[in-house]
Design a protein around this ligand. Structure first.
Ligand SMILES: NC(=O)c1ccc[n+]([C@@H]2O[C@H](COP(=O)([O-])OP(=O)(O)OC[C@H]3O[C@@H](n4cnc5c(N)ncnc54)[C@H](OP(=O)(O)O)[C@@H]3O)[C@@H](O)[C@H]2O)c1
Length: 344
C-alpha cells in the first residue's frame, strides 16, 4: 500500500510503499479516507516532544476517518507518541474499542479537519470550563482549528457573546466567519471597531498586522479585549498562553475561568499575581490525553453530529497523499488556507 513515511525526525514524510498492517486480535483495519496534519503530528515528528523521539521509519497521523467493517468511523492512533504506524496511509490499524461510528451524511474530510482539535475545544469549554448559557466567552487563537471550533461551540452552548482574538488577518477573517460577535487583533494593526457600533467588528491598534506581542502589550491587548466585551468576561478559551493569556485574564470577572490547552504564543506567560488573586480567578489546564475513551468517543460523536448537521465546520483543504511533503511543510509554516487533510 502507499503511505506517508517519515525516515528521519525533522524531515517531512514522503510517499512510500509499506506493507499493510498485519491482522491482530482487538485491532481492526481501516481503509483511510481522510487524515489531518495536526500540530501534534508536527510536534511528534520533530523528535522534541515530551513523548521522546519516535523510532523511524514510521507512518505519521494521530487520527483519521475511514471505512472499517462497512462503517464510516473516526479513529485515533498513537503514531509518534508510541511505536507503531498512524493514519496517513491507504490502510491503518486501530483498536476496535477506539472506533467512533460517524453519523450518516458526515463528510469524512470535514470531520477529519475538526477531529481532536474540535474535541479539545468542546471539552475545554463545557467540561473543564463549565460554560453556562448566558455567559460571555473570549476565544484566543480563534483562527486555528481549536479556535474556530470554540467560537461555534460556545455559541451553540448558549454563550451570550463570543469575543474572538487572532494574530493574522486571515485568522481574524476565519473567526468572523465562525460567528464571533467581535474580533480583536492580537498584534496591533490599526483596525477599528465595526460599523455597527462595535457589537461586531475587528479592533486593532497601531503597528504591523501580524506583530508579535511583547510583555508591554499586555495592558494594550487587555484594553482592546475589554472594549470588545460587554462587561467582564466569564470564560477564556486559551490555546496560546503567553501575552494573550495574561491580557485576557485581566478582562475576567471575579471568579472567572481561563482554560489553557496550548502554548502557541509562549511556554510562559506574564500573568500577574494581582490579576489572579484580586478576582480569585481559576486558571485551568486541559489535555485530551486526560479524557477516558468514553468521554473522547462521546465528544467526537457530538462534533461529527454537529458537522453532519452543518452547524460546525473549520477551514480546510484536501491534499492527495502524493503531495504529503509539500503539504506537511505548508502546515508547519502556517501557510495554508486552513487544516490540511490528506486523502489517501
Ligand atoms: N490540550 C489539547 O488536548 C490540545 C488539543 C488540540 C490542540 N491543542 C493545541 O492547541 C493549539 C492550537 O491547535 P489548533 O489545532 O487550533 O492549531 P492550528 O489550527 O494550527 O492553529 C494554530 C493557531 O495558532 C495561532 N498562532 C500560532 N502562533 C501564534 C503566536 N505566536 N501568537 C498568536 N497566535 C499564534 C495561529 O494564528 P494565525 O492563523 O492568526 O497566525 C493559528 O491560527 C496548539 O498548540 C495545539 O497543540 C491542544
Amino acid at each position: 500500500m502507499r503511505a506517508a513515511q517519515i525516515s528521519a525526525c525533522g524531515l517531512p514524510p514522503v510517499p512510500a510503499d509499506r506493507p499493510e498492517p498485519a491482522p491482530e486480535a482487538g485491532w481492526e483495519p481501516v481503509r483511510v479516507l481522510a487524515a489531518p496534519i495536526t500540530p501534534l503530528d508536527l510536534l511528534c515528528a520533530g523528535g522534541a516532544s515530551y513523548f521522546g523521539a519516535p523510532a523511524v521509519p514510521y507512518v505519521p497521523g494521530v487520527q483519521g476517518v475511514g471505512q472499517a467493517g462497512g462503517r464510516l468511523v473516526w479513529f485515533p492512533t498513537s503514531a509518534g507518541m508510541a511505536p507503531g504506524d498512524g493514519s496517513m496511509a491507504e490502510v491503518a490499524s486501530a483498536r476496535c474499542e477506539d472506533l467512533v461510528e460517524l453519523p450518516a451524511g458526515a463528510d469524512p474530510v470535514a470531520v477529519a479537519a475538526l477531529g481532536l482539535s474540535a474535541v479539545a475545544a468542546y471539552m475545554a469549554l463545557t467540561w473543564r470550563g463549565e460554560l453556562a448559557a448566558g455567559e460571555q466567552v473570549i476565544v484566543l487563537g480563534a483562527g486555528g482549528v481549536v479556535g474556530q471550533s470554540a467560537v461555534q461551540l460556545a455559541r451553540l452552548a448558549g454563550a451570550r457573546r463570543v469575543i474572538a482574538a487572532a494574530r493574522s488577518a486571515t485568522g481574524r477573517a476565519r473567526a468572523e466567519q465562525a460567528g464571533a460577535d467581535a474580533v480583536v487583533a492580537l498584534g496591533t494593526d490599526g483596525g477599528s471597531l465595526g460599523a455597527d457600533g462595535g457589537s461586531r467588528g475587528v479592533s486593532g491598534g497601531s503597528r504591523g498586522a501580524d506583530a508579535e506581542l511583547g510583555a508591554d502589550d499586555v495592558a494594550g491587548l487587555a484594553a482592546r479585549l475589554s472594549a470588545a466585551c460587554d462587561g467582564p468576561a466569564d470564560l477564556v478559551l486559551d490555546p496560546l498562553y503567553g501575552v494573550p493569556a495574561a491580557a485576557a485574564a485581566r478582562v475576567l470577572r471575579p471568579g472567572g475561568r481561563l482554560v489553557n490547552l496550548g502554548g502557541s504564543a509562549g511556554e510562559t506567560s506574564p500573568l500577574d499575581s494581582s490579576t489572579l488573586r484580586s478576582r480569585s480567578l481559576r486558571v485551568l489546564g486541559y489535555t485530551n490525553n486526560e479524557l477516558s475513551r468514553e468521554q473522547r468517543a462521546t465528544a467526537m460523536g457530538k462534533v461529527a453530529e454537529l458537522a453532519a448537521k452543518g452547524e460546525l465546520s473549520v477551514a480546510h483543504e484536501a491534499v492527495p497523499l502524493a503531495e504529503i511533503a509539500s503539504a506537511w511543510n505548508r502546515q508547519s509554516t502556517g501557510t495554508t488556507s486552513g487544516r490540511l487533510v490528506v486523502t489517501p
